[in-house]
Ligand binder design. Sequence first.
Ligand code: SAM
Ligand code: SF4
Length: 350
Amino acid sequence: MSNGPIELPADAEIAGRGQPPMIDPFGRHVSYLRVSVTDRCDFRCVYCMAENMTFLPKRDVLTLEELDRLCSAFVDKGVRKLRLTGGEPLVRRNIMWLIRQLSRHLGTGALEELTLTTNGSQLARYAVELADCGVRRVNVSMDTRDPKRFHEITRWGDLDKVMGGIDAALDAGLGVKINMVALKGVNEHEIEDMMVWCHDKGIDLTLIETMPLGDIDGDRTDQYLPLSQVRSRLLETWTLEDIPYKTGGPARYVQVKETGGRLGFITPLTHNFCESCNRVRLTCTGTLYMCLGQDDAADLRAPLRASEGNELLGAAIDEAIGRKPKGHDFIIDRDHNGPAVSRHMSVTGG
Ligand code: SAM
Ligand code: SF4
């Protein structure tokens, strides 16, 4: 990608509601904000967290009102898709208040999509209310359908609860996509079974390569399964047709001819997708990460709290977007088995 004159993307005019759209130094239009509303979680997935995690002190965490103000400032600057994540977004107290507040931007048309990524443990409780707030689809993370293995991977999770959550979401009319982190020797033999199960229920399945984020209790080289291998293996049995389907995220999709369903691949390691990155990530303390895999960040909490107006905040956001890096440099092999960045996925938000 060149650093030459920036051509505005076609949708730039509708973005920005009177403010200039957010364009990074590589000409990428930032229109997607992921917000980690809490770093806490009721699971301890082996690839995501250590069992004994130290969480952020509550006093450092933005209030729901502050999160609403921050997200709304991004919407004013042209963000069209907002994904709440974590930690587990649905364990944050009063989270539905924030979701209902943010849904006003769906009503005005400023926001195209409000959605979340969840482990599903609380979905049975909230599915109907989420649908009522205009959430149309949710991503649920589920790496196995075997109860014992589910417990081994999540350490604290209960598969029945998650299954109940998925059914409740479907019953409430929400679209569901399952995210499955492909783990060598752990769930790799279950991929086809998971795919058929999902497609039978009209659910898309997305496979994810494990990324080197934060210290965990094991060695990531043991867990890492390149999805290029999985794809080749699947091709022995299934017909995979590349399709241009996009959900705004980094997944590349195929249609599986035999099932009629969609299968996505998120391949930060084997196929870098940074070139088309349209995302930035906000933590629950108001830190903005312009890239999941880089350390550079901007503090938005100070400008947020410094005045009631959004001028300082807007300037801080512009300055941060002006520093969005070209991409990550994740590597996992025997020589690189430590984290690329020290923070966990649960902090930055997956
Ligand atoms: N707790 C929610 C959940 O599990 O869906 C939302 C947060 S979680 C951090 C978001 C996604 O990141 C999940 O699909 C999870 O499997 C994935 N994830 C977590 N750590 C990861 C890692 N090191 N590499 C790849 N994906 C990871
Ligand atoms: Fe919690 Fe999601 Fe991380 Fe699992 S992947 S520990 S559910 S934040």
